[in-house]
Design a protein around this ligand. Structure first.
Ligand SMILES: Cc1cc2nc3c(=O)[nH]c(=O)nc-3n(C[C@H](O)[C@H](O)[C@H](O)COP(=O)(O)OP(=O)(O)OC[C@H]3O[C@@H](n4cnc5c(N)ncnc54)[C@H](O)[C@@H]3O)c2cc1C
Length: 532
């Protein structure tokens, strides 16, 4: 099919700038495809900034016999850790044992146990937890992360914040990841490899005509509408994936998704060590309590069916109470709503596998090529932050069956921007940064290394003093850093900065955030006036 000379045709147009859209954009751009990505808000503004932030195999998925997902995710933890040692790090998880811990009643394990050991009445026996942890240790071939250990809690720091009835615990490894930075770094790397990343750009419609997708978009900052042409379309709309299938593309695909909301609460730091807790409830669910941003503790999550992607997810008072009551079954200190300093909530876009409960719905991903609208459309359902890179590889395999893709998988072992240093190198990098910029406090230097890795020094440039970094917006946030975030990391507003590029929103007051927002609006105005 021939097309007018003056239209620009991209190989791949991706709807959605969450982890899946940005991961696919990076992989595809690195294989030489021309790529455009449209995100209607900020990068990671939906589910991908609202996760529990773990690169994990998902210990509890073993109870659902999700061995494929768990194995892939376990192997992937160390691949990812090596590619991004600034934004990801190993963590130990302490699982206190108590004989009242129960399974959710409809897991396959629970059903089997009910059949062979009915006297357990749904309780999780200690030997089964040990078996699960043995599998967790061995399914994924660890090299960096230490294996499972047993802990006597009496007199141990891990036992100090817990009620005395917990005498014994198991300890295992998983990893932390700064989820929204992961998305932004993938987008940056995709852009560096030639992808066009458009934020604040909503896809209004997509039609396949004369052998090409015609995609109409609208920019929410200036109202401009545009038409893009592409050979293949990827729907990585997360919670909106179903709306895009039916209302944007008008496809007749019958695949369904299940929206499951998960909420977290943040309190001031509840204990003095750096390990996480994995708490099991009497309702069969589990929650985590995780050291967060040095001075805080993150507690979550919940599982509640969510009615509609258009409804902004919020941590309801009931969810807050549920998480507080859950944690209060373990901690000596009894938490109340007054302890909550922040909450956030996200919607899991899960593939609808007909599971009875929100907790039981599969966390695995499903990729479906749909040609019912005439052209090739790839719909992405489900997935985990942990499996985003493998999901992108699977997506590229499907894409390769529709349009030519010259190169094979390449992303394993290739660092994200700033991640080109050893997994245990954060302390050395922080010391180097402080030696070169003696005006940085320890907190400040560490924050910059955790955010930018080896690029922290590039961002600071030839600054000799804090004054050289320009205006101080509070909590170590300076004009120099904001300029970097606006120029290189697609940040447009204060919210993008203080809740997604970092978490300084926990330390800045409303007024300080408003001042920053005004300053960034002025920068945007000056930049657009200069461009006219
Ligand atoms: C509470 C909770 C805890 C979790 N914890 C973990 C965890 O610890 N570890 C883990 O591995 N995974 C975890 N997950 C899962 C993980 O967060 C998600 O699977 C992942 O973030 C989904 O990414 P996504 O790119 O598919 O969706 P999203 O991040 O939601 O991205 C979709 C994007 O598409 C955009 N969009 C939609 N429609 C349009 C349109 N018409 N035009 C332009 N843009 C559009 C949206 O604005 C959005 O930004 C958790 C999820 C939740 C909810």
């Amino acid at each position: 099919m021939s097309h007018p000379q003056d239209i620009e045709i991209t190989d791949l147009f991706i709807i959605g700038g969450g982890i899946n859209g940005c991961g696919i954009a990076r992989d595809a751009a690195g294989r030489g495809l021309s790529v455009a990505l449209a995100e209607m808000n900020d990068l990671a503004s939906a589910t991908s900034s609202a996760s529990t932030k773990l690169f994990h195999g998902g210990l509890r998925y073993l109870e659902y016999f999700e061995f494929r997902l768990v194995r892939e995710a376990l192997i992937e933890r160390e691949v990812l850790l090596k590619a991004m040692p600034h934004i990801s790090w190993p963590m130990r998880f302490v699982l206190p044992y108590h004989r009242d811990m129960r399974f959710e009643s409809d897991t396959p394990t629970s059903k089997l146990l009910g059949l062979f050991m009915p006297w357990m009445k749904g309780r999780r026996p200690a030997w089964l937890i040990r078996l699960g942890l043995f599998l967790y240790d061995h399914l994924g071939g660890r090299k960096i992360l230490p294996g499972t250990a047993t802990l006597e809690l009496a007199g141990a720091p891990e036992g100090a914040p817990l009620q005395e009835r917990f005498a014994k615990a198991y300890e295992y490894s998983d990893c932390w990841v700064e989820d929204s930075r992961l998305v932004v770094l993938n987008a940056r790397d995709a852009a560096a490899r030639g992808a066009r990343i458009m934020t604040r750009t909503k896809v209004l419609s997509a039609q396949f005509e004369d052998g090409l997708w015609r995609i109409k978009t609208r920019n929410s900052e200036n109202g401009e509408q545009a038409t893009h042409h592409a050979r293949m379309l990827v729907n990585a709309g997360g919670p909106w994936v179903g709306d895009i299938i039916h209302s944007t593309v008008h496809s007749s695909s019958r695949e369904g998704i299940r929206l499951v909301r998960g909420s977290h609460i943040v309190t001031r730091r509840l204990y003095d060590h750096d390990k996480c807790y994995f708490f099991q409830g009497t309702d069969g669910r589990i929650i985590f309590a995780i050291p967060y941003e040095n001075d805080f503790t993150l507690i979550g999550t919940t599982d509640a069916d969510h009615p509609d992607a258009a409804q902004k997810p919020e941590c309801t008072p009931q969810e807050q109470d549920y998480l507080l009551n859950f944690a209060n079954q373990y901690f000596k200190r009894q938490l109340t709503r007054d302890d909550i300093v922040w909450t956030y909530s996200g919607v899991r876009p899960l593939y609808n596998d007909g599971a009875s409960s929100a907790t039981a719905a599969t966390r695995d991903y499903t990729l479906k090529v749909d040609t019912s609208s005439g052209g090739p459309l790839l719909n992405i359902f489900g997935g985990k932050i942990t499996t985003y890179r493998r999901l992108a590889e699977s997506a590229l395999e499907k894409i390769g069956a529709q349009i030519p893709v010259a190169k094979g998988p390449w992303t394993a072992g290739v660092p994200l921007p700033g991640g080109d240093f050893p997994v245990d190198g954060v302390a050395a990098l922080t010391s180097e940064l402080r030696a070169r910029y003696p005006f940085l406090t320890d907190f400040w230097a560490r924050r910059l290394v955790r955010a930018y890795g080896t690029e922290a020094a590039v961002m600071l440039g030839d600054a000799q003093s804090a004054a050289d970094l320009g205006r101080d917006f509070g909590a170590t946030l300076t004009e120099k850093e904001i300029a970097w975030l606006m120029a290189r990391e697609f940040a447009r507003t204060a919210e993008d900065v203080v809740w997604r590029r970092n978490k300084l929103g926990l330390r800045l007051g409303e007024e300080q955030i408003a001042v920053l927002d005004g300053w960034m609006a002025q920068c945007r105005y000056s930049a657009s006036s200069a461009a006219e």
